[in-house]
Design a binder for this molecule. Sequence first.
Ligand SMILES: O=P(O)(O)OC[C@H]1O[C@H](OP(=O)(O)OP(=O)(O)O)[C@H](O)[C@@H]1O
Ligand SMILES: NC(=O)CC[C@H](N)C(=O)O
Length: 496
Amino acid sequence: MNQSHAIPTDDPLDGDTLHEECGVFGILGHPDAATLTALGLHALQHRGQEAAGIVAFDGKRFYQERHMGLVGDHYTNPMTLARLPGSMSIGHTRYSTTGEVAMRNVQPLFAELEEGGIAIAHNGNFTNGLTLRRQIIATGAICQSTSDTEVVLHLIARSRHASTSDRFIDAIRQMEGGYSMLAMTRTKLIAARDPTGIRPLVMGELDGKPIFCSETCALDIIGAKFIRDVENGEVVICEIQPDGSISIDARKPSKPQPERLCLFEYVYFARPDSVVGGRNVYTTRKNMGMNLAKESPVDGDVVVPVPDGGTPAALGYAQESGIPFEYGIIRNHYVGRTFIEPTQQIRAFGVKLKHSANRAMIEGKRVVLVDDSIVRGTTSLKIVQMIREAGAREVHIRVASPMIFFPDFYGIDTPDAEKLLANQYADVEAMAKYIGADSLAFLSINGLYRAVGGEDRNPARPQFTDHYFTGDYPTRLLDKNGESMGNKLSMLASNG
Ligand SMILES: O=P(O)(O)OC[C@H]1O[C@H](OP(=O)(O)OP(=O)(O)O)[C@H](O)[C@@H]1O
Ligand SMILES: NC(=O)CC[C@H](N)C(=O)O
């Protein structure tokens, strides 16, 4: 196992950064559980590229493989999969949100409890994780990681309920924030989604065996059938019975709340072929581009996507505006997603490596560049320069989401408000000047809502989680606002 790592000597909670996302996959009762999990994680690679782990159970023992790096770097090796026997397993691709990039934070996390082992895999971020962590440490707990996820294991261990499922439910009911979570015990696979349903989680089935995963693309890769979304606030407990059959028990232990899925799943995170919340992601992105063309038309000769994220929106923009779509930028696919790399220096470096101008499609033209989002402005700044150097006559940027003003505490890599481009300039014109574009326009919040859900935003009860655009956070932010937090908030530390 690739578990050797240097333990930082300074307080790892101080130097931490906030990132996004993770992918989870779990299957119960299938003879090829670990291999299917590895394939599922491969399809969920876009959700986390720092580390990947799988825990399997063969009826007697738990086995774990946890590695830094990509799924393909480790789980294509038959020897690795052979070390994960059994018919049940859960896996995780990590992009850290709380706790540094280190082996001790690689998921699934595992603990030996009174009634046996339990492994958990978490996509999301707890907004009271640090508060609870301090409380349990004050009562004598020894934490093995700096991840927010570990708190759940401690709360399960401390719960006074008899069954593991009830202990798990007791634990997650104490957690606030965003979570789509899988837990695996000796006989059970448990799936849970936070009461607001910020992060996605779906249920599928292969050969009659239940599967849970972050996105439907992980079902498609193994030919599994989509059953349904795990609902917000729902806990689904699948258990192998003594006769080998599997029981499924779905519960809603929390006070019912309206679902508010994260809009950024549609804007950027989810894979375009996934169906999230019943909507094909590609179609919503194309709608975003069409709405953008209606709201912010411009005279141009060619619509060029900033690949990959901007491509469906650029197609929508081109279709609606009638301006031809061309690949004016070629993306090197051997470079990871810059938005989710750990430091500003690496992000900047990554963007240079990643995009090249396709001069033949650009020279002498009025280029309408379409991207899905502007966060720090790193990408736009470099790409406008690159397009101009390739001979563009004019460069107009159209962004298929609104301006981002507010940080996220549910997992997205927008740590400090002052690092967001929208907060650094007085208006769109000033931003355009900084980026070097002839014009710049963003999709309106209603344009985005209509693209995803077909209706305008309901200000009294927003249909989605959209705080990064509006400042309307769907939950309390206890770690951020709690008086006891001082300045040791790992999830708020500056990035890069
Ligand atoms: O304003 P910035 O801070 O540069 O962040 C925004 C950029 O980051 C994302 O692309 P990314 O390179 O992560 O991924 P992609 O190739 O999947 O589009 C997004 O699509 C924007 O292009
Ligand atoms: N991006 C995520 O969903 C990360 C999960 C968890 N908060 C971690 O940092 O490991």
